[in-house]
Every structure is written in C-alpha cells, then in structure tokens.
Design a protein around this ligand. Structure first.
Ligand code: PLP
Length: 407
C-alpha cells in the first residue's frame, strides 16, 4: 500500500510511514540488504499463495528474504543445482536436511570421518529416533552396497575429510546409492569450486558458508543446494528443496540477510581465494614433506596421498587448502608447534583469509585416547593447517621457526 503524503497526517504517522523509494532510471549494482522480515501484500489471495513454498512471494523472514534468495541463487548456480536453501549455520543446514529426510527407524550410510557436528547429530538421531547408521570408509563402493538395507534413505559423504584430507570416491559411491534409490548428501565445505558433487550424481550438496564461501571469518552460515533432475517437471525437481525448506522454517535455522549479504560478497572472490590457498597448501605440504623434523604430510596433491589419482580426477583445480602433518616428537611437538606459530593463528575454523592451525589431539579431539585417535586416523602429533591467503614464503618462515621450537 502506498501513502498519500499530501494528506494531513500527524508526525507520528509520517515517521512510521515514510515515502516508499523505488529505484528509477538505474539499478543498484550490488544486491541490497533487505533488512526487513515483514513483507506486505495487496490482497489476502496473494498472501495465501505465499505460504505455499520456497519459490512463492516473500512472506516473512523465517520463510525467505530477497537478500537470502540472492545468495541461494548464486550458490545454486556455482554448484550447478536447481535451487538452494541458506541457513544460519552449516549445522543448521545439515540438521534441516537430515531431519527433513529421515524418519524413526530409517537407516543411513555415512563416511566414518564425518565432521564432528554431523557425527554428533547422527548419534543423537540414533538415540532419539532409532535412526541406524552404518559407517563406511568412503573409498569402496562395495562397502556401500553391502550396507544397503530396505530402509536405507541417505548416503552422507564429505568431498575432503578433516583433518586426514581423505578424498571420497564420490562417483563410485553415489552410483551405488542412485541405483538403490538412496538420496546422497555431500558436504562440500572443503572443496567449493574445486569439485561440483552434483555433477557426480549427488542429490544435495551442503556447505558451511562460515568457511570458504564467506571467506573472512565474520559470518556464520550454511547452504544446501538441490540437484536438477533430468527430465523432471519443475514441480518434481523441487521436491527435496521443498521438504528441506519446510523443515528449516520449522527449525528456525534461517539465514540472516546481513550474513547472507556478506556471504554474497565473499562469493565474488571465492574462485580466486580457493585456487590460491589450494596452491599455497600444496607448496607448503611439499616443503613440510622435505623437512627432517616431519614424519608424515597429508594433502591430496602429494603423489604419496592414498587418493592422489582420485583427487586428480575429482579435484583438477587443486586438492584444497587444508593439509595436516605429523612432527617428529609426537604429541608434545604438535602442541608446541601450534603454540609457537606467530603469523598463523591457533584457531578452530578454516576458510579464512589468514592461516589457522590446530592440534586436534590436545583440543578438538582431546577426549579420544591413543587407540580412538588412531581409529579416526589422527596421529597424536597431527597438526591441521587451514591455509589462508598470505605469501607462502612468509608462512614457511613461520612454520620453520615453530618446527625448530617443537622438535
Ligand atoms: C564447520 C563445518 C560444518 C559446520 O558448519 P557451521 O557453520 O560451523 O555450523 C559442517 N561441515 C564441515 C565440513 C565443516 O567444516
């Protein structure tokens, strides 16, 4: 509704109903931040239609918002999907997907090296809803075939795992799931741009936008992208999107327009950032591998990596910006290294402009004993490095100094 400001309105009323501005003659080049969670309609019929689904008119901020929609469309485009759904965090997204698609008694096949939050959520769903989970290595399609049951609903994979940098054989594993009519969700947080899991048959790709998509450590966010199914009518191809969107509105894990706007700004430089950080990570991995005080280095770009050949096919643009290494001297050496870096920071995240290091055995995985760490393929001294955008020589000088202290 527009307002007739010639009418004799009181100041209080004019203050609440300022003239509505609509751009004319030009348009904003950037996406505006629609910092509004209320949208007004001209009639009840139009409003009623807006309750129907994620592609309807804007209704209320928990349903959707134009800035958030712009982010969803941008990520769907980059991943080659039909539609996307943004959430308040990566875990908000993963929660919405899992709880939208699973019912009590369903069965899930998941990779054993899952992100800790996803692993904890599956364990919780197992207790709460009797969801059964079979864990597989992520590299053997026969394991997935053997794990299939009549109530298997979901295959959960991660393109590159943390901190092992294990690369999942997406094409082979997803093919088994597709044949059995099982939906596949791939967490592609570690490999945006580098890999497009929908091209390998995945149904849903999820990201913690907190990491590379945002890219500057200043937002929390998550995005799920849904596949375009060949030959499906537009109504059919959005079934997954619609179900997950409905669940997300119930959970209230909705993206904030300002966070969505910062994420959109991050996307503009995402290909350049991930390509550069990935190249620097391989360079540092090679230097670490040649260092006498280092016993093992993991990065998909190293010829000795167990999935090096797969990585060359699946990640032709680079093996990602995360690497891990094992210093001679084990647990103490790992801890002292992360305490001693000066340019890099000791921090839990990844995908930031600055380089972040972590010693899982003494921090994120501190509850695990040596045997449990070994089962998770994490060494007692393992250091994870989430490479940022600094010059590789400066990072190397920092690591050499910290290694000298640690060993
Ligand atoms: C960080 C992360 C998540 C969770 O994302 P949040 O934004 O922290 O909720 C999920 N998966 C992977 C692989 C991650 O690194």
């Amino acid at each position: 509704m527009t307002h007739d400001h010639d009418r004799d309105l009181h100041p209080e009323t004019r203050a609440v109903h300022p003239p509505v501005i609509t751009p004319s003659g030009s348009r904003p080049l950037g996406v505006p931040i629609y910092q509004s969670h209320i949208f007004a309609f001209d009639g009840a019929a139009e409003m009623a239609a807006a309750f129907e689904g994620p592609d309807s008119a804007y209704l209320y901020g928990r349903w959707s918002n134009p800035t958030v929609r712009a982010l969803e469309d941008a990520v769907a485009d980059l991943e080659g999907g039909a539609a996307a759904l943004a959430s308040a965090s990566g875990m908000g997204t993963i929660n919405a997907v899992l709880t939208a698609l699973l019912r009590s008694g369903d069965h899930v096949i998941a990779q054993s090296c899952l992100y800790g939050g996803t692993f904890a959520l599956l364990a919780d769903l197992a207790r709460r809803w009797d969801v059964e989970v079979t864990y597989v290595s992520g590299n053997d399609p026969a394991e997935v075939r053997d794990a299939l049951r009549p109530r298997t609903r979901l295959l959960v994979l991660e393109t590159i795992a943390n901190p092992t940098t294990q690369v999942a054989d997406l094409p082979a594993l997803i093919a088994v799931a597709r044949e059995a009519g099982v939906t596949t969700m791939v967490d592609n947080t570690f490999a945006p741009i580098l890999c497009r899991p929908l091209e390998h048959g995945a149904d849903i790709v999820v990201h913690s936008a907190t990491k590379y998509l945002g890219g500057h450590g200043d937002i929390l966010g998550g995005v799920a992208v849904f596949a375009r199914s060949p030959g499906a009518s537009s109504q059919e191809e959005n079934v997954l999107h619609h179900r997950v969107w409905k669940r997300a509105t119930e959970l209230g894990a909705t993206a904030d327009p300002f966070a969505a706007w910062l994420t959109l700004r991050g996307l503009a430089t995402l290909p350049l950032r991930i390509e550069r950080a990935s190249r620097t990570a391989l360079d540092l991995a090679q230097r670490l591998a040649a260092h006498p005080a280092v016993t093992h280095v993991a990065h998909p770009g190293l010829p000795g990596h167990p999935q090096h050949d797969l990585a060359r096919r699946l990640l032709p643009g680079g093996g990602g910006a995360v690497l891990s290494f094992e210093p001679a001297g084990g647990r103490e050496a790992g801890r002292i290294f992360t305490d001693s870096v000066r340019l890099a920071s000791l921090a839990a995240s990844l995908g930031d402009a600055s380089t972040l290091v972590m010693h899982p055995a003494s921090t994120s995985h501190r509850q695990l004993d040596a045997a449990a760490l070994a089962a998770a393929q994490i060494g007692e001294g393992t250091v994870r490095i989430a490479v940022g955008l600094e010059h590789p020589d400066d990072l190397w000088a920092d690591f050499e100094r910290a290694l000298a202290k640690a060993t």
